[in-house]
Design a protein around this ligand. Sequence first.
Ligand code: 6PG
Length: 479
Amino acid sequence: AVANIGVVGLAVMGSNLARNLASREGNTVAVFNRSRSKTDELLAEHPEAEFVPAYSYEEFAASLAKPRTAIIMVKAGAGTDAVIQALTEVFEPGDIIVDGGNALFTDTIRREKAVRETGINFVGAGISGGEEGALNGPSIMPGGPEESWVTLGPILKSIAAVAEGEPCVTHIGTDGAGHFVKMVHNGIEYADMQLIAEAYDLIRRGTGKTPAEIADVFAEWNKGELESYLIEITAEVLRQDDAETGKPLVDVILDQAGAKGTGAWTVQTALSLGVPVSGIAEATFARSLSSHPEQREAASALPGPDEVFEVADADAFIEDVRQALFASKIVAYSQGFDEIRAGAAEYGWNIDLGAVSKIWRAGCIIRAQFLNRIADAYAETPELPLLMAAPYFADALTRGQAAWRRVVIAATQAGIPSPAFSSSLAYYDGIRAERLPAALVQGQRDFFGAHTYKRIDKPGTFHTLWSGDRTEIEAEDTH
Ligand code: 6PG
């Protein structure tokens, strides 16, 4: 037994993670894949890495020093269960099985419970950063039992991305906490991407600038408070011309966005938790809307506004869009962190939100300077009730809200869909409102279903006898 860490599943993510592990001082990496050819390929292509190949689960277990630690990198779903089953048969109590795939956190909770009964530790770890991140330093979000962190922590720290001297990995919480946080990371990723796409669309249609010119705008924005990996790659995509047609690549890509499901999970979970993640939801729905060509065809003759959309001052409009993007981004992150807070309360996790923001500063898809401001906010007030109300964000919203409104008005008048911009603004106005028409909804619920209501001026629960003499009575609380 010579290896201190093993990787099962040697497709691109698994191979890259294994190579990353092997390149760090102190690691010897056992590798195993169901079909032998992938293992042989990895060894042949990377003679520089000292891998310990295994061709059966028994051999794999025998090559690992105790406590054995293995990271599973297979497609989420039934395949993961099969590998976990096989590993539990050859591992012993105290060993550690890590699932590094994009598993649904409730599956991770289930698996952790089942594996724990064998005495083996099971850790669901979210890993972000795509293929490149896996190779050069991802952001890692491990859950699972605290004791596994003693062995696993140093190994994961050795391969994680580094932000301002700190490795982008922290023990998030028990059982499914890591995969929960990775799920919300992806939800925020969806929102961020949709907001950037809306900004591009508005600028293009409002100013007539070419994609390459808009690439310059994004590159410029990337020097300021919007600095982020997603803004950076947006400029790269917009600058790319298609080799075949010579047109901007963005004009020849079919406008139907795909999704592998993590955005939908984030929204479904938020609905169950009662957390309004409207920016993430609209971003997810925008992908769904784009992917129904038959419906889009059926709707294509429906009228839009009569006037042609043209902005008077292109530079001023672009600055407004920048402010609207930043304000909407604040809302998206605030909503995402709210979901993590609510998830932690529901599932009994002790999640340090400031630590989460710190491990997202490098390695992952949503990496950005902005995450430092979130870390600052939680450092100042760990029990922050609402991220966007913290001083730095409140100040940005105060500065940006007028521009944000102008952009949403312009988009509405021009008939340019901006679901993420406008839903974020609606959330902002809703959450800051002194009084909401929720009072009327309560009245309606009481009318048709005797669902009762509370009063602003005295404690208790009340019902109006709507079908009787309409006097008010005290009632049982039915919510
Ligand atoms: C990451 C990404 C990654 C995700 C892809 C695809 O953090 O590295 O979030 O985990 O699988 O981005 O997501 P969609 O196909 O759903 O867009």
